[in-house]
Structure formats: C-alpha cells, structure tokens
Design a protein around this ligand. Structure first.
Ligand code: SER
Length: 310
C-alpha cells in the first residue's frame, strides 16, 4: 500500500485547509482531495482531485484502490443548523459516509481514519464546562449523529482493531473557506461584515458563550493526533482554546475597529447554542498527546482581520 491520503469534503471549511497543509507536508501527489462538487479554489486542483459522494461505498472503494490510499480524513458532513432542517438527509450523509470508511478499514482497504466529532455531542444536561466523559445527551440532529458516530468509531476500534481517531471540534474560526450551516458560523461572518459594513447583526445573543478555536490550532491538533503513538484509538477527544461569546468578539473587534457596531437578534440557532456547554475540559488531550493551543481571541482577531483585509 502507498502512503497516500484521501480527504473527503475537501471543499469545506476544514477540508480546504487540511489539503493545503498536508500537501505541504507530504507532497502534492500524496494527497488526494475530493468532494461531491468541483473545487472553487484553484489550489485544490494543484494535486489530484476526485468528485466523490462519500455515501457511495463503491465510488470510495474505487478511488481508494486506484490511488492506493492509506489514510482517510472524512470531513464531509451536514452541520447543526442545516441538519435541524433536513434531519434524514443529515443522518444519511453523516452516518453512511462514516460506515463506509469504517468498513473499508475493517476490510483492510485503508489503514487509518480521522473522523471529526463536535462539541454538539453535549446537551442541556452536560455541565457548563464539559468534562471528557459525563452526561452526553445531545438534543440536536447533528449532535445525535456525532454521538452515534463516536460510539461506532469506538466499536470498530475495539471489535475490529480499526485505527480511527477523533476530536470534538469546538466552533472553528477561519477565513479561507466559509463554513455552511453551522451554529457557530457567526464567528466568521462577524469579522467579514465588520470590515465590509462596519456592523453585524448576530443571530446568537450577546452572552451565548461557546467553545471556539482558530483554524490553525484545529489543524495542528488534527495532525498531532494522527501522528501520535500514545493517543487512544476510537476515542473522541475534547480540545479547548477559548470560551467566548458574540459580546467578547464584538469587544475584541472594537479594539481594532472602534466604530464597529454589533446588534443582536437571536433566531432558531439560539436554541442549538443554548444546548451546548460554554467550555470544555481537555486534560486527556493534553496528557495523552500533548495538546496545547496557540491562539487566543486577541491573536485570532488580528489574524482574521489582517487576512480578510488582504
Ligand atoms: N461548528 C459546528 C456547528 O455549528 C459545531 O460542530 O454546527
């Protein structure tokens, strides 16, 4: 088997950045990008690109055999806000794509999997700072699919020895590719509109505090976990860097754009945010594979505003 890597959902918010970083690290031809749609970003076409529906087992099997894929990052998913509108579609995409890669690993057609979980696995009864283990009872479609996915990863790891690794990502802040359909997307729109319009209307209330993270930290964590010899297989790790609200972001933007105005008009996404904890404990990730973030809110704001200005 060659040591090639396949990224499913390569056109998405995390996928795009993962492709760039892995191609830099491993070489362009070693990383196959794929999505259900063609890339808008020219960069993705600089190495191999395949159109694949991640829910189609045979299409996946073909591409994996053709490129002799060793590792798969499954970044295709329907996020929380959209999933509330299309529950069955979300369940189909989020679960069947996962079963496909888990079964391919069980059949020894691939060696290693990364599958993203989320803070969305937590629910209203989880303590406000969510421990790694505890009450995990999500009440959103997306959260239910992520929790089920965590259990399946654990099952395949224990029963069949599948090497699958996972992180419960916080809300991710980035500028290269916009997210779509998430509850935490406000944290990107707020920077864009601060620069474009000088104002932003938040669909979450001022004090909706959630675990958030700058994308560079999330990519670092992902690669660190994938390269770790000590991390537990089949375990979805909490990782943290900041716990912030729209009001905190407003304040941080005002330090750079003093006239920035933020107003608040919560919509249906408020309920989703209210069901999630405001922070998480990540000692396991720190101890088991040395996790440590680099970006706080101030540094994130600087990076976001500088990049978006360019
Ligand atoms: N950022 C995601 C969402 O808002 C949570 O994993 O849906």
């Amino acid at each position: 088997m060659e040591d090639r890597t396949l990224i499913l959902g390569a056109c998405g918010q995390i996928g795009t950045e993962l492709v760039t970083r892995l191609r830099k690290q491993l070489g362009k031809d070693k990383v196959v990008a794929s999505d259900i749609r063609p890339p808008e970003d020219d960069k993705l076409g600089e190495g191999p690109f395949e159109i694949i529906d991640a829910t189609n087992y045979f299409a996946l099997e073909d591409v994996i055999a053709h490129y002799e894929i060793h590792t798969v990052y499954l970044m295709a998913a329907m996020l929380s806000a959209t999933a509330e509108k299309f529950p069955m579609k979300a369940w189909h995409l989020n679960m069947n794509s996962l079963f496909n890669v888990l079964n391919l690993a069980k059949e020894k057609k691939i060696e290693k999997i990364f599958w993203p979980s989320s803070i969305a696995v937590f629910g209203p009864d989880t303590p406000d700072t969510a421990p790694q283990q505890g009450i995990i009872e999500p009440n959103t479609v997306y959260g239910i699919s992520k929790l089920a996915g965590e259990h399946w990863c654990n099952y395949y790891s224990e029963k069949f020895g599948v090497d699958v690794r996972s992180i419960r990502y916080p809300g991710l802040i980035s500028w290269k590719t916009a997210p779509g359909g998430g509850t935490t997307d406000y944290a990107i729109a707020i920077y864009k509109e601060a620069l474009e319009k000088g104002s932003y209307q938040s669909y979450l209330s001022a004090n909706s505090t959630l675990p958030m993270m700058y994308m560079d930290d999330a990519i670092d964590a992902t690669l660190q976990l994938m390269n770790s010899d000590t991390a537990v297989r089949g375990k979805a790790y909490n990782i943290r860097s900041m716990s912030i609200s729209p009001a905190d972001m407003e304040q941080s933007i005002k330090e750079q754009i003093p006239d920035f105005k933020c107003t608040y008009k919560p919509d249906f996404r408020q309920k989703i945010a209210d069901s999630w904890p405001s922070d998480v404990e990540d000692q396991d990730a720190q101890i088991e594979w040395n996790w440590k973030p680099k970006f706080d809110l101030q540094k994130t704001t600087q990076e976001m505003l500088n990049a978006l200005r360019d």
